[in-house]
Design a binder for this molecule. Structure first.
Ligand code: DGJ
Length: 523
């Protein structure tokens, strides 16, 4: 019998083990409401996902459906989606939509919504937010109980390990206000900071004992991070005790990456600057990942990836969806790549559908992006472990366009220039590259150094120059350049690009893969 999914350290990096084999999630997250109707999943969602060919999908478990009446649990939806996923031969990550979903308590059961003992947060204006306060112990106990029941149920019924990870809550934080100002929160905020938090204070800035006096400008955010982390930590720990599959949390990362101050994203959510607090108060959470819907992908993702593993539970499915997938897998120790609203990417939803009006970032108006992502997943399925090794050895260059003209890399004895504009200044050669269509995907991909003089190029919308390292006296020439085709059975050699096609390394609007080899001559 196989063991349950777990995280294992490999060369100091956590990797996800499923049935005792390393696993990477190449999938997507379903729209919020798709998992609430098994027939809809069956008739609309799976037919669309089949075309993508991912290996794992992220889908919510709704507390309001799991415990419609207090202490009465209904696993119909959970069992149903697991059964369907098994039929589709894919794994699932379940998202626990419990007390908090995007900072609100919209998924708590109706009985809780209408019971005043489960008190809500208040803003600075004294108005209620539609969100249970993390100081409401009674509510946390109820969430904990429900999540525990869910985990017990998975432990007892999911013996095939269809579910491989849990996301605990969703985009936690105070939205629109620096902190919770309900009476209970006020009382704690004006009291002495608990001893366990003092290690995060800067000694020379401490002016007293209350949160404001100890943490100054960071007081509200630290206060909320502490209170949410304690609450979510309790819930996650209860679940881990009964069934210890890996857990993670998603978050709204700070603004455009330009502001590092509290207030640039939901306050207290697990963004990198407060991970130290989250890690201390919620040790049952294994990983943290950003939901990235804005440009500046590198800037937002890098601080998360630097912690050892990169989990991307949500990202926009627009024209950067291919670049981000290739980049994530070549640049980081990525465990999960998952565009949001994935069913719509493969199967553009009708304009009349509410989804078309609410979740525009799914990019469903770029009709062939889904097919391109399907190709990328097949290539990454073959290459992700090779890329992981190459990254550790410094043999891969990952690139993604973030507005710049180009990027430069150094691999072995070669300099590699990646240009995103239409006409790169190729030395000595007048090149005319056809103008890319406006809807062309964002440039991105990787260059893998397979051996000293051989490179595999994979990506979209970029022009590449590979030449000897600056200052080198080496005489280096093209040995050959080969088209690599993605076929039913994997990657196979295609045309030999010589003559006119030899000089330009151009990655087009569709996924392009080429292998180039060089040779040296002394005279
Ligand atoms: C982020 C949330 O975490 C998702 O559940 C979903 O609401 C997306 N935003 C859609 O924009």
């Amino acid at each position: 019998m196989s063991t349950i999914p777990y995280l294992k350290l490999e060369k100091n990096e956590p990797i996800l083990m499923v049935d005792e084999k390393p696993f990477v999630i190449l999938g997507g997250e379903l729209h919020n409401s798709s998992g609430s109707d098994l027939e809809y999943l069956d008739t609309v969602v799976w037919p669309s996902l089949r075309k993508l060919g991912g290996n794992c999908y992220l889908t919510p478990v709704y507390w309001e459906c799991l415990e419609p009446e207090k202490n009465k649990f209904d696993f119909t939806l959970v069992d149903g989606v697991i059964k369907q996923a098994r039929r589709e031969q894919v794994h699932l990550v379940l998202l626990w939509f419990g007390l908090w979903k995007n900072g609100s308590s919209s998924y708590v059961p109706h009985w809780m919504k209408q019971d005043l003992q489960y008190f809500y947060m208040k803003g600075q204006d004294g108005k209620l937010m539609e969100s249970v306060s993390p100081f409401c112990e009674a509510a946390i106990e109820e969430d904990k109980k429900a999540y525990e029941k869910l985990m017990e149920h998975l432990r007892d019924t999911d013996t095939e390990h269809t579910v491989i990870m849990m996301q605990v809550e969703n985009e936690v934080g105070v939205w629109g206000h620096p902190r919770d100002c309900c009476e209970q929160a006020e009382q704690v905020f004006s009291s002495t900071v608990p001893e366990e938090m003092m290690e995060f204070a800067k000694e020379d800035e401490v002016r007293g004992t209350t949160w404001e006096e100890v943490f100054g400008i960071n007081a509200c955010e630290y206060f909320m991070a502490w209170s949410f982390a304690k609450a979510v930590g309790k819930i996650a720990e209860a679940g881990k005790k009964v069934y210890s599959i890996p857990t993670f949390m998603n978050c709204v990362p700070n603004g455009m990456g330009v502001s590092d101050l509290a207030g640039s994203c939901p306050s207290g959510g697990p963004v990198p600057r407060v991970h130290k607090i989250w890690k201390k108060e919620a040790p049952a959470i294994d990983l943290y990942g950003p939901d990235i819907y804005i440009p500046m992908f590198k800037r937002i993702s890098t601080p998360f990836a630097l912690e050892g593993a990169f989990v991307l539970p949500e990202t926009g499915g627009g024209n950067d969806v291919v670049a981000k997938a290739l980049y994530s897998m070549a640049a980081y120790n990525t465990i999960c790549y998952s565009p949001f609203g994935i069913e719509a990417l493969m199967n553009p939803i009708s304009e009349n559908d509410l989804l078309a009006q609410t979740n525009q970032e799914t990019g469903s108006w770029f009709p062939n992006l889904g097919e391109e992502l399907a190709k990328v997943y097949r290539v990454l399925g073959l290459y992700w472990q090779i890329l992981k090794e190459a990254r550790r050895d410094g043999r891969v260059a990952a690139f993604i366009r973030e507005g710049e003209f180009g990027e430069e890399f150094h691999l072995g004895s070669y300099t590699i220039s990646v240009y995103y504009d239409d006409t790169p200044p190729l030395p000595g050669i007048q090149v005319r590259i056809p103008k890319r269509k406006e809807s062309a995907p964002l440039g991105g991909g990787f260059i893998l150094q397979e051996n000293e003089d051989t490179f595999l190029l994979c990506g979209v919308s970029a022009n590449i120059i590979i030449e000897p390292e600056y200052g080198s006296k080496d005489q280096v020439f093209f040995l050959d350049k080969r088209e690599i085709k993605l076929t039913e059975t994997g990657l196979t050699d295609g045309r030999i690009f010589n003559g006119d096609e030899r000089n330009y390394l151009v990655l087009g609007s569709e996924l392009t893969i080429q292998r180039v080899r060089f040779y040296h001559r002394e005279k």
